[in-house]
Design a protein around this ligand. Structure first.
Ligand code: ZN
Length: 306
């Protein structure tokens, strides 16, 4: 199975947790190895409270942590930068992909984005919940779309064969990405029809992603799943059912948001919950559909070939 979003790097930057095993982490290396997740995306997420002139340095610091704590000390963990590397992963190996959650750390300098891509970033979220030089976020009142600089960013992502991530993006920004980006992903968003949270995708947006043959990462954020104090795996299936009803079986993947959330769905408290979830997936859907959602869609669409 493949997971397109977690915030472990942020937690490692923020706290001195033991990456090998920590009860404070929803995703650590011991839990990862004990889970069915074969490939995990690790987001560089710089808090918007970081002074502007330090944000890019913090992003680079998180990349250092990715290498120092995850990739270099563990011969079984392989950094994935291309579809070829994804397909060549051996049974005993795990894959790790760098991603960016929000373009605010690059400021207005395209060279900063080039640097992150050189380091292996393969999914680029245009915004987090704050507005930046690329676009407004979904939390913005004005809700502006992609700026002129943002258009340059998308052109670079297209040229470099990198995903443009619309999770957290304003509605107008979303439409601009659909118009301009070659490779569209919503790495961690659910269906608005099922749970009316502004971070979720409307039916119209889901259909637009299907039309562009993009990807949608079903997320385990309880607030995006059901407006209730108790959220179960069954509630998550309502979202998956809805996505599939709209015709998205070739576009679905998962983006848990582990270590980016405080509250969790019952049974999905950490990455090892994927065992039970996987079993229930097979109870709900055909083997063909489960395989597509679990990994095949993500691999098939991975933009960078080698
Ligand atoms: Zn997020």
């Amino acid at each position: 199975m493949i997971d397109a979003h977690c915030d472990l790097l942020y937690q490692l930057w923020r706290h001195d947790y033991n990456v090998n095993q920590s009860d404070a982490l929803q995703f650590d290396l011991e839990k990862w190895r004990a889970s069915p997740i074969k490939v995990q995306a690790f987001a560089i997420f710089v808090p918007d409270t970081t002074p502007l002139n330090q944000q890019f340095d913090v992003a680079l610091k998180m990349i250092d942590l990715f290498y120092e704590k995850i990739v270099l000390p563990n011969p079984d963990i392989i950094q994935i930068q291309s579809k070829l590397e994804l397909e060549n992963l051996q049974p005993h190996q795990l894959g790790a992909i760098l991603t960016l959650e929000g373009c605010h750390p690059i400021g207005t300098d395209l060279n900063n984005l080039v640097r992150l891509i050189d380091e292996g970033v393969r999914i680029v979220g245009l915004t987090w919940n704050n507005n930046n030089a690329v676009s407004d976020s979904v939390m913005s009142i004005e809700g502006k779309g992609v700026s002129r600089f943002g258009e340059e960013v998308i052109q670079l992502l297209n040229a470099e064969q990198i995903w443009t991530d619309v999770s957290h993006l304003s509605v107008r920004g979303f439409d601009d990405v659909i118009d301009q980006a070659d490779h569209v992903i919503a790495s961690h968003s659910n269906a608005y029809r099922i749970c009316q949270h502004r971070r979720n995708l409307t039916d119209q947006q889901i259909k637009a992603i299907i039309k562009r043959d993009g990807l949608i990462g079903v997320t385990f954020v309880p607030e995006f799943t059901k407006s209730s104090d108790f959220v179960s795996i069954d509630d998550l299936f309502e979202h998956i059912d809805h996505f599939i009803e709209l015709g998205a079986e070739d576009q679905l993947c998962f983006g848990s948001d582990f270590d980016g959330i405080t509250n969790t769905i019952s049974g999905l408290e950490n990455v090892t919950g994927y065992h039970r979830f996987k079993k229930e997936l097979f109870d709900h859907y055909s083997r063909r559909i489960v395989n597509k959602i679990s990994s095949e869609n993500f691999i098939r669409k991975f933009p960078r070939i080698n």
